[in-house]
Design a protein around this ligand. Structure first.
Ligand SMILES: [Zn+2]
Ligand SMILES: [Zn+2]
Length: 223
């Protein structure tokens, strides 16, 4: 009886001990996540306060450039896909943001519906022809005209829309590329921790499914 009690007590105390270790670890993890998130610089307005889920039934909407008058307007006839944070130097990003948030939409679902005459192609030698407003500089859409695995898709920034329901960011791509734009390499841990804390996996290329798609296209071309 006594040994049974002692045994019971032993189990009980080790369970309590195990429980307190688990909660201490949780506290440390929370603290680390919290401090990393606090010390990390702003990533993007759609990421910094946590990601808001999109609506699977959302049917599209309008993107508008930043001009107060003669605003360029692009209408999308459906929701976007593969929305993601991108650290590359080519994607348009808002003032003060480290990352852009960019998604794709089939090109036949995109129409410029106002002030198209203000658009120009930023770099006509780039794979993605980015059509930007000559006045405010915002990129309204990027289109691929050359042979490319993503031909048929246009690249867009859903933050240019007032409507809610666009697919939320799914992952972070080309994260290390922000160093090439002058970001301190020593602080990359904070940036990656903050991306993880808002729920995004981080990659230094595109996501594995998209890299597989590119490789499959290349293999097919070679065959
Ligand atoms: Zn503009
Ligand atoms: Zn990019």
């Amino acid at each position: 009886m006594a040994t049974a009690l002692i045994k019971k007590h032993k189990y009980a105390s080790s369970a309590i001990l195990a429980g307190s270790i688990v909660s201490a670890a949780a506290v440390i993890t929370q603290y680390y996540k919290g401090s990393a998130a606090r010390s990390a610089p702003p990533l993007h307005p759609l990421l910094d306060d946590g990601i808001k889920k999109g609506d699977a039934k959302f049917a599209g909407g309008k993107l508008r450039c930043h001009c107060a008058s003669r605003t360029v307007e692009v209408t999308l006839d459906g929701n976007v896909a593969h929305n993601h944070a991108c650290g590359c130097s080519k994607c348009w990003k808002p003032e003060g943001a480290l990352f852009s948030v960019v998604a794709v939409v089939p090109r036949d679902q995109l129409r410029v519906t106002a002030n198209e005459d203000k658009l120009y192609v930023v770099d006509d030698k780039a794979a993605i022809q980015r059509h930007a407003c000559e006045e405010c500089g915002v990129h309204m859409y990027g289109r691929i005209e050359a042979e490319h695995p993503f031909k048929g898709l246009d690249f867009v920034h859903v933050e240019l829309s007032q409507e809610k329901g666009w697919q939320e960011p799914q992952f972070a791509a080309f994260v290390s590329s922000i160093i090439e734009q002058g970001f301190d390499a020593e602080k990359m841990g904070d940036v990656r921790a903050k991306l993880k804390a808002v729920g995004l996996d981080t990659f230094d290329s595109l996501s594995p499914p998209l890299m597989d798609l590119i490789a499959s296209w290349t293999a097919e071309k070679k065959a």
